[in-house]
Design a protein around this ligand. Sequence first.
Ligand SMILES: NC(=O)c1ccc[n+]([C@@H]2O[C@H](COP(=O)([O-])OP(=O)(O)OC[C@H]3O[C@@H](n4cnc5c(N)ncnc54)[C@H](OP(=O)(O)O)[C@@H]3O)[C@@H](O)[C@H]2O)c1
Length: 316
Amino acid sequence: MDRQNGFERVPLGATDIQISPLGIGTWAWGDSVFWQYGQSYTDADIDAAYQASLAYGVNFFDTAEVYGLGRAERLLGRNARQAGWPVVIAAKFFPFPWRPSLFQQRRALRKSLERLGMERIDLYQMHWPFPPRSIDTWMEGLADAVEAGLIRAVGVSNYNVAQMRRAHAALARRGIPLASNQVDYSLWQRKPETSGLLAACRQLDVTLIAYSPLAQGVLTGKYTPENPPPGLRGRRYARSLGRVQPLVALLRELGAAHGGKTPAQVALNWAICKGTVPIPGAKNARQARDNAGALGWRLSADEVQALDRASAQAGR
Ligand SMILES: NC(=O)c1ccc[n+]([C@@H]2O[C@H](COP(=O)([O-])OP(=O)(O)OC[C@H]3O[C@@H](n4cnc5c(N)ncnc54)[C@H](OP(=O)(O)O)[C@@H]3O)[C@@H](O)[C@H]2O)c1
């Protein structure tokens, strides 16, 4: 574990990029389809979330061209330029079936750079492993982008073990490490453990970036069967909200034993203890500050095991 101005830093895969052991996700920054952008939070809240993240030592921000149809990249880029403090930005290319060529991949990258207002993206990820283009072809395009100086590192997202190994091998032929694989991972979604993906990441020195690490707010403890999350999330988690409450109770108990940590902080710390980099979404300064409070301390091995058991009992 390295430190930068006193803040914890870990390497991003086998690259020389140093990131905080926890990042911030920006899907909700500008999205009013799944999230409630413009209703329960505004651009001012997002700016405050950015500043709070920096103040509490977070230097890693995840975005994508599809978040808010480009608005998330614009908001993130504006904040990064105004703050003038070096941060690590991860963006993503979405392989829509109507954009199957490397020319289109490069054009999408240039548009992301434009929206971010930057000359280079630190980590550029394939958002999904969708056909028709082969993984090898997409990796060739991304290796070319590294060589052209447009991106520093290459990542993938939602790739299974076989797909990740294929991407890793294709990049290795060009002398470039696969830096990361971003997947759904939390106390509510443990598939990367049972599928062997987490083990394969460790073996290949690929950082597993854990998305939805709070199960989209459910692991914060604020949602119950009587008070479900708003919008589309309500339906997604309807059947789980009752079953997850004993797990939430354990998150509270362990948080209290660590000097008043919140359930969100304990859930994120669990993901860090597993060797992953969680990227919780934060819509305002309070959430960003709370999530950053998962840094600077660690659960014990026994506590991690207790959470493993409680999460298995909560099922999915
Ligand atoms: N690669 C992919 O396919 C993919 C897919 C999904 C997500 N992601 C990435 O992962 C990031 C995080 O995932 P996510 O946003 O789906 O889920 P998440 O991080 O598990 O949950 C985020 C939501 O939980 C609530 N929340 C967050 N921190 C909180 C706190 N401290 N206290 C109380 N409530 C809190 C907020 O919503 P409310 O206040 O409305 O409850 C927030 O929008 C995304 O922003 C995105 O960057 C990637």
